[in-house]
Ligand binder design. Structure first.
Ligand code: ARG
Length: 570
């Protein structure tokens, strides 16, 4: 098509042919409408010229003019079969590498030490992990960063409380269960906070502790390390269960930036970007004003001389741009932090750290709602423990899988239930448009029908079973045989995989991949109902098996990029 534009009108050579999948034909091109002005021609006339120039294309079987200047294009059957063969022969399934050459920092998960990881952290962990996988597959050099909340004044009170209550049991080894340590740390936090708020003398001692921690006093530092390590054990258990990519080396928490803060501050002041205001050091936004009409400030140094979340994020963005030399920065946190990141990006731009050569994005997402449509809480109104949520999803998945296949033995059932349950939680999250609130509904997410992870995993196992019955033959494609309507629809859907992934990489919206896989699974069902595979004669059988194989591989690959496993049977 690109060639045809240049052949018809040399002055337009290289213009985007604007070819999209279409309901009216295989593809539609809008080029004649878009280029008519430049070509000084009526769109319909230009469309006619383009159509004539397309005449010689062997990949195309027919071109029709429609509407004011659309071109409806039907691909030649042998070209479609050749595409299927080419994708099958490629370990990457024909997917390109549009992110190659980009260094992409993905900041995700990032829970707070000594606090319970809540459902919001489940979303950042799942979404961030999928984006890291997709961008990596598209050729990007992905640097994962788990920005743990492991520093700050709250540690003064925690450490002081532990010093004064040496008997308090809070080590994971002293307890059973995977996430009890954070629950206990959470309790420690509450107890320390309570004492801090009611006992001024304790509050003073806690403040002294902060000073001791910041000046690196050995005993205090050791206690702090212990608390962080305990929390990390709990986070790790959750990551292992979720099967996310995060490894200990990805944990680069707030404390990492502590030694850089003084430099960053000096730079901000020297540039005149940070200014004194009532004893604090702030950056007034030039873009955002608050409800009172005054510019919104970023707090660089508090009146008491302390540094907080804002200061750390300024050092963080500088580090990621200057030291890590990233050209794309993603921050996966919930939408309530939008203003924070807007201000951080603005400050980084004013400092010249963030230039047009790089791009910073707050990948925000909505709140997790319970089945009643309200923010997700336990019946008692407390935060829902993540491991409880996962246990429930796995238990439900176990029930539906057992019902579907009563023959499965216990060990297989356990394994498949875990894969299906965890997959269901991830898919339910990823398939909702990220910016929307998302309803955590275990019954719906483990359903074998509808747009669910379980449905897709099951679709994959059905195709794998067909292939096993056929003896898993090497794929051979005969491009000369005719192409049935359902085969064509499936083949063209398979062909759209790379474009879909590239879109996910651009928009950072994994739900597009979910929608694609769901459409693919349905096209497969339509194909399988219309076109017998195992009973067909060669060479038709071979071509249909090739479609089966390519569909199974695309489903497994796509699920993998969502962080979901594709079991062989279920
Ligand atoms: N620890 C924060 C929270 O739990 C998220 C940190 C996100 N990353 C960042 N660079 N600010 O809300």
């Amino acid at each position: 098509m690109s060639g045809a534009i240049g052949r018809a009108r040399p002055e337009l050579a290289g213009a985007d042919p604007l070819v999209r999948r279409s309901e009216h034909a295989d593809f539609q091109s809008n080029a004649a409408l878009a280029l008519s002005k430049r070509a000084r021609a009526r769109p319909a006339d230009l469309a006619g010229e383009l159509s004539a120039a397309l005449g010689g294309e062997s990949l195309i079987s027919s071109v029709e003019l429609s509407g004011p200047g659309f071109l409806n294009i039907t691909a030649a059957a042998d070209a479609v079969w050749a595409q299927v063969a080419a994708r099958l022969a490629d370990p990457r399934l024909g997917v390109g590498v549009p992110e190659r050459g980009r260094r992409i920092v993905v900041d995700y998960s990032s829970p707070n030490v000594a606090k319970e990881m809540h459902v919001g952290h489940l979303r950042t962990t799942i979404i961030g992990d999928s984006l890291a996988r997709v961008l990596g597959f598209l050729g990007g050099e992905v640097i994962r960063q788990n920005h743990l909340g492991d520093w700050g004044t709250q540690f003064g009170m925690l450490i002081q409380y532990l010093e004064e209550h040496p008997g308090a049991a809070w080590h994971q080894d002293e307890l059973s269960g995977t996430d009890s340590a954070v629950s206990v740390l959470d309790e420690l936090y509450r107890a320390a906070r309570g004492k801090f708020d009611t006992d001024p003398e304790f509050a003073d001692r806690a403040r002294q502790r902060v000073v001791a921690l910041q000046s690196g006093e050995a005993g205090t530092l050791a206690r702090w390390r212990e608390i962080v390590a305990e929390s990390e054990k709990v986070f790790r258990a959750l990551y292992d269960r979720l099967g996310v990519l995060l490894v200990p080396g990805d944990s680069v928490g707030e404390s990492f930036y502590n030694p850089m803060l003084a430099d960053v501050l000096a730079e901000l002041v020297a540039a005149g970007v940070a200014v004194e205001s009532d004893g604090a050091l702030v950056i007034f936004s030039e873009e955002v004003t608050g409800p009172d009409g005054n510019p919104v400030p970023l707090m660089v140094r508090k009146t008491d001389g302390g540094y907080g979340y804002d200061t750390t994020d300024l050092a963080t963005i500088r580090h990621r741009l200057h030291d890590l030399k990233a050209d794309r920065l993603l921050y996966v946190t919930d939408y309530r932090q939008s203003l924070h990141f807007r201000l951080i990006f603005e400050a980084a731009r004013r400092m010249g750290w963030l230039t047009d050569a790089a791009e910073a994005t707050h990948v925000s997402y909505g709140t997790v709602l319970g089945p009643d449509g309200r923010p997700f809480k336990t019946r008692a109104g407390g935060t829902v423990r993540l491991s409880d949520l996962l246990d429930e999803a796995v238990a439900r998945a176990r029930a539906v899988v057992a019902e579907k296949d009563p023959e499965l033995d216990e060990a297989d059932l356990d394994r498949i239930a875990e894969q299906a349950g965890i997959g269901a939680v991830k898919y339910a999250d990823l398939s909702t448009s990220r910016v929307k609130d998302y309803t955590f509904d275990t019954d719906r997410m483990v359903s074998f029908t509808g747009n669910t992870g379980v449905y897709l995993q099951y679709a994959h196992t059905r195709i794998r079973s067909i292939l096993r019955k056929a003896g898993d033959p090497e794929a051979t494609v005969d491009p000369t045989i005719p192409l049935e309507t359902a085969e064509r629809a499936l083949a063209l859907e398979l062909d759209a995989y790379g474009t879909t992934l590239a879109e996910v990489g651009e928009t950072l919206e994994p739900h597009r991949l979910c929608g694609y896989l769901y459409a693919l699974a349905r096209d497969f069902t339509t194909f399988y109902e219309a076109c017998p595979v195992l009973k067909a004669e060669e060479p038709v059988r071979g071509n249909r098996l090739a479609l089966c194989r390519l569909t199974a591989r695309t489903l497994a690959n796509g699920l993998g990029l969502l962080g979901i496993s594709a079991p062989e049977r279920m």
